[in-house]
Design a protein around this ligand. Structure first.
Ligand code: SF4
Ligand code: SF4
Ligand code: FES
Length: 315
């Protein structure tokens, strides 16, 4: 798996690293490899190096990034042949003294706009195709909600992994089927589809299974698993696709039991009005002798139980 590698933080990268970057200029149609030498420091990421190149060497270099912390999913690129997030990849992970060279390419299976910047339009169209939102039949509840739909901890645990996807497209870039069939829904969209099929709140599971049943849907998967290998959030889309296929076969053979979907939670119990505070606990009036209060315990009664309190006054 290509997640965060804490070991990398303990190593220092080579002092100077050569970044070999595949570039493309859409205006001239020219494609070429360009090299930049960057002085590095411990903890530096590939994104930091790109920003350094942009600021100090070549401001024409183009790529996409935003959060710098592995959350937005926008800085995906192919680093030394593997799709990774640039902000989550330390240089020490991908270069060492014996080979101080890092190769950067735009994500595979995506059209290139310029340099390392790729076009996600068709990727997000596929994402939209699987209807990545809850669908319910209880229209009345939708218009006038009475309470949240119940998801038990066990149900959430089962689907949680598939809710972590940040739509970075690394799995799609690693998928050999997406390379040969541009219409293939791909691991990201199918993983999302599975997440809603198993979500106890969703009632459109049959329609979703039919979307997966498409000729460019889950049957195209070779189950090579490279999608899961590169996921920076440790989602396992390959497993989701296998489970989806399993559900689909059972559904077609009439072996799938009707999904039990969750109902809105009952309204919370009425709050009991608070008991009034005992008079002894009210704010002390200014003419009370505070010193005396500290010295002599006060006795109060709560629910028939006598409690002796000794005050400590802090100035
Ligand atoms: S499944 Fe993983 S690799 Fe694929 S888009 Fe989601 S987060 Fe990225
Ligand atoms: S397991 Fe399926 S979706 Fe994942 S990379 Fe392989 S072919 Fe593509
Ligand atoms: S910049 Fe947001 S994931 Fe890398």
């Amino acid at each position: 798996m290509v997640g965060i590698n804490p070991e990398a933080a303990t190593k220092a990268p080579p002092k100077v690293v050569t970044f070999r970057i595949r570039r493309y200029n859409p205006v001239s149609g020219r494609e070429w490899w360009q090299e930049y030498k960057v002085e590095t420091s411990r903890g530096m990421t590939v994104l930091d190096a790109l920003l350094k190149i942009k600021e100090e060497i070549d401001h024409t270099l183009v790529w996409r990034y935003s959060c710098r912390m592995g959350v937005c999913g926008s800085c995906g690129m192919v680093i030394n042949g593997v799709p990774r997030l640039a902000c989550q990849t330390q240089i020490a992970e991908v270069a060492d003294e014996s080979n101080p060279v890092v190769t950067l390419e735009p994500l595979y299976n995506f059209p290139v706009i310029r340099d390392l910047l790729t076009d996600f339009t068709s990727f997000f169209e596929k994402h939209k195709k699987v209807k990545p939102y809850l669908i319910r039949n209880d229209k009345e509840e939708q218009e006038d909600p009475k309470g949240p739909y119940i998801v038990t901890p066990e149900q959430f645990e089962f689907m949680e992994e598939f809710t972590l996807c940040i739509s970075c497209g690394l799995c799609y870039a690693a998928c050999p089927v997406a390379a040969s069939d541009p219409e293939y829904l791909g691991p990201q969209a199918l993983g999302y589809l599975f997440r809603y099929v198993v979500d106890p709140r969703d009632e459109a599971w049959e329609m979703r299974l039919m979307i997966a049943d498409d000729e460019h849907g889950c049957h195209r998967c070779h189950y090579a698993g490279t999608c899961s290998m590169v996921c920076p959030k440790v989602v396992d889309p390959a497993q989701a696709i296998q489970r989806l296929r399993n559900l689909l076969y059972k559904y077609k053979l009439g072996l799938l039991r009707k999904k039990k979907t969750s109902k809105p939670a009952p309204p919370p119990k009425e709050w009991k009005p608070r008991k009034p505070m005992p008079p002894e606990a009210q704010l002390v009036s200014p003419d009370v002798d505070l010193k005396k209060l500290e010295e002599e315990p006060v006795e109060i009664e709560v629910d028939g139980v006598k409690i002796r309190l000794r005050y400590k006054i802090y100035e």
